[in-house]
Design a protein around this ligand. Structure first.
Ligand SMILES: Cc1cc2nc3c(=O)[nH]c(=O)nc-3n(C[C@H](O)[C@H](O)[C@H](O)COP(=O)(O)OP(=O)(O)OC[C@H]3O[C@@H](n4cnc5c(N)ncnc54)[C@H](O)[C@@H]3O)c2cc1C
Ligand SMILES: NC(=O)c1ccc[n+]([C@@H]2O[C@H](COP(=O)([O-])OP(=O)(O)OC[C@H]3O[C@@H](n4cnc5c(N)ncnc54)[C@H](O)[C@@H]3O)[C@@H](O)[C@H]2O)c1
Length: 499
């Protein structure tokens, strides 16, 4: 590193201590062992990927550890972690400015500042989002004092929460007809639903991450808010080791309200006042409680029902965290608000790359890949962005990484292993597709999406052992018309056909 009068200078600067930023910095450190790599991050800890297990060609599993940045610097002595939030970027001058008043000059910059929860109501203390360790702990503290909460949203976080929460009534308000719309169709949802009414299975699962312990619970009327410092996103199994228990003795108690959104949130005082004015609350609006039960906050749904609760979880997706970098820089933004990147992870501005949740993939994708803001993609993008930065620096050409050939994700919902491959929900296929199904209640659910006799997507719930074979079939686009229903016949060993 050479200090200049205007500030520290490094050939490569990466912003963000989450999976995308750390992976990018690590790869750069390996590619350029004699260069210093600056990693700027707003959080005091970084996220490290450990124990990577390649499940198949494109499916991978790994653990994630929250570590002090000194451990990263020890592993890669040429990485210098600078713990300070970036406040401003001057792309035309190749400079960034941190909140502690320092200035840094880069040759190539990779922005990996993640995303923030997209809340249904900003600034309302009764509406919580879950993103990082602080917000997960704030949620846990509030839950420990709660009898009933309302969960809004129907994606990954909501699915995990409704299953994991015990001893607290959950009103789950979803826009769709069936649960889990970002991962499943109605058939898979039906397969999973019985798990919500069953007693939660207490299969001891090895804890892979930092344990979140409950510190002395303070009696507070208002929810405990998370700190406003943006930490890295949580990841797979984030709730393990975190006791998600309310004040009651029962296990699950989930009530689902379908096809509705939140119309309005009323604080207790406001609710009581409005109840007295019939104009504000027309007759069809129905409070589902007897009048004497009082809750801190009330949620009015578009289906006319009103639920009182202790607090609301808004699990309604994320918005890319681009704000600190926009002023004075004419970035091209995607429809979801992310920094658009081309197939070399390059943004629309010279020498600025982006990876992970902050970016919007804007290249022509493989027909069976799409972006989803996931841990696995943050790692793949961080790694590949570093390779692209290296190739540009050395004047070499580089092809799009193989990991972008096929969308592949392995996770766990309701204690089932879940693998989703390709266009698993027939995304973007219109009516031009067929579905094949195999389902054994309580055991497995297998769905494949076929187009012109070829497999283009699959959902595998349970221990189906089909992921590798189906991954191959989607990748090689073999014509499977001749196999017909045998493709999912459990008596036919499908691997013998194709492996
Ligand atoms: C509750 C939860 C559960 C999840 N479960 C899964 C799962 O099971 N499987 C899966 O694949 N994905 C899961 N995800 C999604 C996954 O965690 C994210 O997609 C992924 O971690 C994004 O990584 P990232 O590095 O892009 O961003 P982040 O992890 O958000 O990291 C961003 C980093 O940038 C830093 N930063 C922000 N602003 C600034 C600034 N101005 N200056 C400097 N630094 C800044 C932050 O401090 C942070 O270190 C989950 C997410 C959540 C919230
Ligand atoms: N196991 C996993 O793979 C896993 C688990 C948790 C989170 N994640 C990831 O973490 C990120 C955040 O999770 P998430 O669940 O918040 O996002 P998500 O994108 O998975 O789901 C958002 C959900 O909110 C709904 N929604 C959006 N706006 C709404 C509104 N105004 N009212 C009601 N519903 C609304 C959407 O229809 C969708 O069901 C996502 O990128 C997700 O993929 C993944």
């Amino acid at each position: 590193m050479a200090a200049t009068p205007s500030g520290a200078r490094s050939r490569f600067v990466v912003v963000g201590g989450g999976i995308a930023g750390v992976t990018c910095a690590e790869k750069l450190a390996m590619e350029f062992p004699s260069e210093d790599i600056f990693l700027m991050t707003a959080s005091p800890v970084i996220k490290a990927v450990t124990n990577v297990r390649q499940v198949s060609k494109t499916l991978e599993e790994f653990d994630v550890e929250e570590q002090p940045s000194s451990l990263l610097e020890k592993r890669y002595p040429n990485i210098k972690v600078i713990q300070s939030g970036v406040e401003q970027l001057r792309g035309d001058e190749h400079k960034i400015f941190t909140e502690d008043g320092k200035e840094y000059v880069y040759e190539k910059l990779c922005l990996c500042a993640g995303a923030k929860p997209k809340l249904i109501s900003e600034g309302n203390p009764y509406v919580l989002g879950i993103r990082d360790t602080d917000s997960a702990q704030a949620f846990q503290k509030n839950l420990a004092q709660a009898e009933r909460i309302v969960v809004v949203g129907n994606g990954g976080i909501a699915l995990e929460l409704v299953y994991e929460i015990q001893g607290c009534e959950v009103i789950w308000a979803i826009k769709d007809k069936a649960i889990g719309n970002t991962f499943f169709d109605a058939g898979a949802a039906e397969f999973l639903i019985p798990k919500l009414s069953a007693e939660k299975q207490e299969t001891p699962i090895e804890c892979k991450r930092t344990k979140y312990t409950m510190e002395g619970s303070e009696e507070k009327e208002r929810p405990v808010a998370a700190s406003d410092k943006l930490g890295s996103a949580l990841g797979p199994d984030w709730h393990e080791g975190l006791s998600l228990k309310g004040t009651k003795e029962f296990s699950h108690k989930v009530h689902i309200e379908v096809l509705c959104e939140v119309k309005k949130i009323h604080l207790q005082q406001e609710f009581l006042q409005l109840q007295q004015t019939s104009l504000a609350f027309p007759k069809e609006v129905k409070n589902v409680e007897p009048d004497e039960v009082l809750w801190p906050v009330y949620v009015e749904l578009t289906n006319g029902k009103i639920y009182g609760c202790n607090f609301i979880v808004s699990a309604t997706g994320v918005v890319p965290n681009v704000t600190p970098f926009l002023a004075g820089n004419n970035f091209a933004l995607g429809e979801d608000g992310g920094l658009k990147v081309d197939k070399h992870m390059h943004t629309s501005l010279p020498d600025i790359y982006a990876a992970g949740d902050i970016c919007t993939a804007s290249w022509e994708p493989s027909p069976v890949w799409h972006q989803m803001r996931l841990w696995t993609q943050a790692r793949q993008m961080g790694w590949y962005a570093a390779k692209c930065m290296a190739a540009d620096t050395l004047g070499e050409s580089i092809d799009l990484d193989f990991s972008f050939e096929l969308f592949a994700h392995v996770t766990k919902f309701f204690n089932y292993k879940v693998v989703v491959l390709g266009k698993y929900n027939a995304q973007g296929l219109g009516l031009d597709h067929e579905l094949m199904l195999r389902c054994t209640k309580g055991q497995e659910y297998v769905k494949v999406v076929m187009q012109s006799g070829r497999m283009v997507g699959a959902v595998l719930i349970g221990d189906t052992d089909l992921e590798e074979t189906f991954e191959n079939l989607i990748l090689n686009q073999m014509d499977l018309s001749a196999y017909g229903e045998d493709l999912l016949n459990p008596d036919v060993d499908i691997e013998d056909y194709f492996d």
